[in-house]
Design a binder for this molecule. Structure first.
Ligand SMILES: Cc1ncc(COP(=O)(O)O)c(C=O)c1O
Length: 400
């Protein structure tokens, strides 16, 4: 229904109105496609974690938690960062629990940026970043990740250095990285750290895939490098580590002034939420190492299953060292761009993927790449590959 003739969506958010994700999700539903577009696991997390949430509800933990999160979870996060990465945070003043990593990043940007401040980030990037930067009135400055040696995505140090200006407020880093599957190396992180220190820049690090690394790749938090703890907000969440993406329990750790800035925004966004889930994650984090080892092994196997399956039908993929996603080059199928490829496979083969152009400011760069999620059951991946194998690549697309 038309309310008035005025454009309703604010100018800050207009460019995010209809995304390729929304289009592909709708198309996938219409075509009843096997959905390898969205990155959520199709099996639940550990049974004892789910039971802990139920017990917390039964025990009456059903009202607002404190703004910064329940003390049990803040303590568990502080222990996890100390034991896994040797980085110490005070649970009372240096840890904040959020509605997923997404809110942590958004609240940090809102709390730290002045209008017009610049935020350097690596492109392609998780799509929520661009919208959060826009809501903060800040300006995104992308640095390109390109396939380098053996297809692993890399950045040009000179491009990073020249992206920094007197208006740069912070660098937003995601490792392990969505969508490329890249795990930033220690040498790359040292370079990023030196740029932060030289220009007195803050870093926000999105580490939601911190446990999900493969082939010996090691996740090194930027905050664990010398001199970086004092200028970094380290963000993570329970969603990927415990396969409970719907719980939306995330957190940020950092020096008190950065956590305070985040909380200043967060208290007027969601304030706080998910009390029983926070309590369950507090228990879960104590066993994260053992649980995630099993999950990592399973995902490693799924990644290989999908990679070999795709390769056999003319879809070679880039190396994936971490996270949930494989990026495949679609050109051998006869498609020059992955947007039409993804529409085609959804309609013709009943398999949904996401064109990686959706993660770029300069979509040309990711034009021929499609992103497939492998955090799915073995039989689902097998079905997806079998369906793709029957698709006549060169046929023209017709609506299903
Ligand atoms: C890089 C990255 N950050 C954050 C998120 C979302 O995390 P959460 O569900 O904890 O908000 C995702 C989910 O796909 C992601 O890929």
């Amino acid at each position: 229904m038309l309310v008035t003739r005025r454009e309703m969506t604010s100018s800050r958010l207009r460019e995010f109105g209809t995304t390729i994700f929304a289009e592909m999700t709708a198309l996938a539903q219409r075509c009843e496609a096997v959905n390898l577009g969205q990155g959520f696991p199709d099996t639940d997390g550990p049974a004892s974690l789910l039971a802990a949430a139920r017990q917390a509800i039964d025990a009456g933990a059903n009202q607002y938690p404190p703004l910064a999160g329940v003390p049990e979870l803040r303590l568990a996060i502080s222990h996890q960062r100390a034991s896994r990465y040797q980085t110490e945070y005070c649970p009372d003043s240096e840890v904040a629990v959020t509605a997923g990593a997404t809110e942590a990043v958004a609240a940090a940007l809102l709390g730290l940026c002045e209008p017009g401040d610049e935020v350097v980030l690596f492109e392609p990037y998780y799509d929520a970043y661009a919208a959060a930067i826009a809501m903060a009135g800040a300006v995104r400055v992308p640095v390109l990740l390109r396939p380098g040696r053996a297809g692993v995505f890399e950045f040009d140090p000179a491009e990073l250095r020249s992206a920094v200006t007197p208006r740069t407020r912070l660098i937003l880093l995601n490792s392990p990285h969505n969508p490329t599957g890249k795990v930033f190396t220690r040498a790359e992180l040292e370079l990023i750290a030196s740029v932060c220190q030289l220009h007195d820049i803050v870093a926000i690090t999105d580490e939601v895939y911190e446990y999900l690394t493969y082939d010996g790749a090691e996740h090194v938090p930027l905050a664990s490098l010398p001199g970086m703890r004092r200028r970094t907000l380290a963000v993570s969440s329970a969603g990927k580590t415990f396969s409970v993406t719907g719980w939306k329990v995330g957190w940020a750790c950092g020096p008190e002034p950065l956590v305070k800035a985040l909380l200043a925004a967060k208290q007027y966004l969601t304030f706080a939420g998910g009390t029983p889930f926070q309590l369950a994650v507090a228990i879960g984090l104590q066993q994260a190492g053992a649980w995630s080892a099993e999950l990592r092994a399973r995902l490693n196997q799924r990644r290989d299953q999908l990679r070999y399956g795709l390769e056999a039908i003319g879809l070679p993929s880039y190396p994936c060292q971490g996270g949930y996603f494989l990026q495949a080059d679609v050109r051998r199928t006869g498609f020059a761009d992955a947007i039409s490829f993804c529409r085609y496979i959804t309609e013709q083969a009943g398999v949904a993927a996401v064109p990686s152009a959706a993660f770029y400011d300069r979509p040309e760069t990711g034009r021929a790449i499609a992103r497939f999620a492998f955090c799915k059951r073995q039989e689902v991946l097998a079905e997806a590959v079998a369906r793709l194998a029957t698709a006549p690549w060169h046929a023209t697309s017709t609506a299903c």
